[in-house]
Design a protein around this ligand. Structure first.
Ligand SMILES: Nc1nc2c(ncn2[C@@H]2O[C@H](COP(=O)(O)OP(=O)(O)OP(=O)(O)O)[C@@H](O)[C@H]2O)c(=O)[nH]1
Ligand SMILES: [Mg+2]
Length: 381
């Protein structure tokens, strides 16, 4: 079946490549198209599973109005195909990317992008606010985009404004902005594809599930690295481990990736899992188990760093599984007994073995980064 084409435009550095990576994934094919000798070319990304193709205008600078070379390249790509009777190269949707960290530029960027794409006068536009790290600013940013669009001739083409974080953004040692908006963007894009090339709901569902899995893994990896840093500077853990802000951030972010409704029931559910994975019996047993590993060649800060990192990784793995089951409709956030049992078994099962392997591979001189990398490798993060 034919696939639709999404044209991605936005200033250089706005985050187009990072976005495409999050949407299409690693298992993708990348083909370049463009006249040799110019710096403007197109990169076309597709994967077997992805419901649409994405065309990246590399290094696009819409402020250089007379230099719409990237757009001309898209036109050419499309036109040549039309001549050959190849309907596959039509632009079906345009993603306008604006940088969420520089809202002052929204108006000018939208004006420039509208000018650049005026030849596609009736193609649906989705504005993607990239790098939307700041939650309090999101709603205001969406309104700013709508206001900027109201002044454009193509205002009727605007279908949605979606704030995204395409890759986990680390704010400080315990706080990070997790990936957001990616699967919403996938659904929304498919929704506005013309009939005939629109993917079936079931295909979109399984594609989104895979993306959620990958985004979660990346996020757990980032949280694990943060855990190592916090563990290394904290007091030794004797009676359970509490890195509360970090763990709360990690588990809540995972619940959001799996579209779990953020209400009181979910809060209670999250608190129960965190308790098991911090001060619960399984957590305490694991800590004493680690401390009794024979021939332990690392002590103090290094050992605490490993413990903290392993706990964050294990808690992440457990919660990811739980939220996935809820997302799939197999369980609900009211199944707390089930959730705590699963979490306990994650901590009890092979986690001690994993710790042994990690501790065998590091020593007193290992820095936080190498400790984190070792944990991530063992946990496949
Ligand atoms: N952590 C994080 N970094 C991001 C995100 N989006 C963009 N960045 C960073 O911003 C920088 C620019 O992102 P790119 O994706 O290369 O931007 P681009 O639009 O493809 O740039 P050109 O190819 O030059 O047009 C990179 O350092 C990215 O890592 C995000 O969602 N999270
Ligand atoms: Mg790029």
């Amino acid at each position: 079946m034919d696939k639709g084409n999404v044209l991605v435009i936005g200033n250089s550095g706005v985050g187009k490549s990072t976005l495409i990576n999050a949407v299409i994934g690693e298992q993708r094919a990348e083909t370049s198209w463009g006249t040799t000798g110019t710096t403007k070319k197109l990169n076309i990304y597709e994967s077997e599973e992805a419901p649409f193709r994405v065309i990246d205008t590399v290094g696009f600078e819409p402020s250089l109005i007379k230099e719409f070379r990237a757009i001309n390249a898209v036109k050419k790509w499309s036109k040549e195909a039309a001549k050959k009777g190849d309907p596959e190269k039509k632009i079906n949707i345009i993603w306008f990317c604006v940088d969420g960290t520089s809202r002052k530029l929204f108006e000018k960027t939208i004006k420039d992008l509208s000018m650049a794409t005026k030849i596609w006068e009736s193609v649906p536009i989705i504005v993607v606010i990239t790098k939307s790290y700041s939650i309090p600013e999101r709603q205001e940013n969406i309104e700013m985009v709508h206001n900027a669009f109201a002044k454009q001739k193509t205002s009727k083409n605007l279908k949605a404004v979606i704030p995204v974080v395409a890759s986990t953004y680390v704010l400080n040692e315990t706080a990070f902005a997790p990936p957001e908006g990616i699967t919403e963007l996938i659904s929304c894009t498919n929704e506005y594809m013309p009939e005939g090339i629109k993917a079936a709901d079931t295909d979109i569902f399984s594609f989104k599930l895979k993306r959620k899995n990958v985004l979660s893994q990346g996020m757990i990896g980032t949280a694990t690295s943060a855990g190592v840093v916090v563990g290394a500077v904290s007091i030794p853990f004797s009676d359970g481990i509490v890195l509360s802000a970090l763990e709360m951030g990690e588990v809540t972010a995972l619940s959001k990736i799996y579209d779990i409704k953020q209400d009181e029931k979910t809060k209670k559910f999250i608190n129960s899992i965190i308790e098991v994975g911090t001060v619960g019996a399984a957590a305490k047993t694991l800590i004493s188990g680690i401390k009794m590993i024979p021939g332990l060649n690392i002590a103090g800060a290094g050992l605490n760093a490993v413990i903290a990192g392993v706990f964050v990784a294990t808690l992440g793995e457990a919660s990811k599984y739980l939220f996935e089951q809820i997302y799939l409709g197999n369980k609900t956030v009211e199944d707390i007994d089930w959730a705590t049992k699963i979490t306990e078994s994650k901590f009890a099962n092979d986690t001690l073995e994993k710790c042994k392997k990690i501790l065998e591979n590091i020593n007193e001189s290992s820095d936080n980064k190498s400790i984190a990398n070792m944990i991530k490798a063992i946990f496949n993060l």
